[in-house]
Design a protein around this ligand. Structure first.
Ligand SMILES: [Zn+2]
Length: 283
């Protein structure tokens, strides 16, 4: 059962975890082992508060990264899926645009940033996006790619969007209704260090990569995605959710099982548990 949670990247509920604790602690357990279990949390650096073991890091190897890039291009970009969202011409021009402009430090989901980082309304939403891009470019010296929709340029010609195009590469798609694959492609083309900014979860795409690449895909996403906190824009700065350096998935070592569980506070499928069951073998 735990292997299945690991493979599917799902989390047991607190009820199940309580049963698991009894199971681990049962007298005369398998091969006479004794286990110590605790409900615990994980420190910022990925160390278990109960047993002080380090959890599996999010890093993936260069080979895994290359394989991920290859599969994303084959299955998500060139596969049938995206053609329902765009035209071959637009896809072609996007791929050329990115291949010429990459590598980027950061790829930005323009509409998502404009609508989630601030309660601003109307064209002021685009000031929010412009401010973020200006901050990344001027204060951090980052090369940015902003993905947007064509209507952003129509309504606001000569405004913040116009100013933004002087600071960063911008691609405004005409037909795309879902630009996740574009963002993933541009990020992967920019190398293992590139990041992307969006609050969206792009989880569905993991079903398109081969089974043995799903863990690598998830780890890559968790370590590369910067999620702005809702309405956090203040004085041109956006606050991002902290990236946890460890993988939130059921894991085991010789000495311990670590099982992230849903304590009832997880609202959305992309929420990650904060509470863990630590089961450490005493001898
Ligand atoms: Zn532990």
């Amino acid at each position: 059962m735990l292997e299945r949670h690991r493979h599917e990247r799902t989390y047991p509920s607190l009820d199940v975890v309580e049963v698991l604790q009894l199971y681990f602690r049962r007298p005369y357990g398998s091969e006479g082992e004794t286990w110590h279990t605790r409900l615990t949390s994980i420190r910022r650096d990925g160390t278990c508060d109960a047993c002080e073991q380090k959890l599996e890091p999010l890093e993936i190897s260069q080979e895994q990264f290359e394989e991920l890039r290859r599969q994303l291009l084959e299955k998500v970009i060139k596969g049938t899926d995206i053609y329902r969202q765009t035209t071959p011409d637009e896809l072609e021009s996007f791929l050329n645009f990115v291949n010429e402009g990459a590598p980027y430090n950061i790829i930005i989901d323009g509409l998502n940033v404009a609508y989630t980082c601030s309660k601003a309304a109307g064209y002021m939403r685009y000031k929010v996006l412009y401010d973020l891009v200006a901050h990344l470019v001027h204060d951090h010296g980052l090369k940015c790619l902003v993905l947007g929709r064509h209507h952003m340029t129509n309504k606001h010609r000569g405004s913040y969007i116009q100013k933004m195009t002087a600071l960063a590469d911008c691609f405004f798609a005409q037909n795309v209704s879902e630009d996740d694959p574009f963002m993933l492609y541009a990020t992967l083309q920019s190398g293992p260090e590139a990041r992307y900014i969006t609050n969206d979860l792009l989880r569905d795409h993991k079903y398109l990569v081969d089974d043995d690449m799903k863990v690598a895909f998830e780890r890559w996403q968790q370590s590369r995605q910067l999620k702005p906190k809702l309405n956090s824009m203040s004085k041109g700065r956006v606050a991002f959710q902290a990236i946890r350096p460890y993988d939130t998935v059921v894991q085991r070592t010789e000495q311990a099982w670590h099982i992230p569980y849903d304590d009832g506070t997880l609202q959305y499928s992309y929420d990650l548990p904060k509470r863990w069951l630590c089961a450490a073998r005493l001898y």
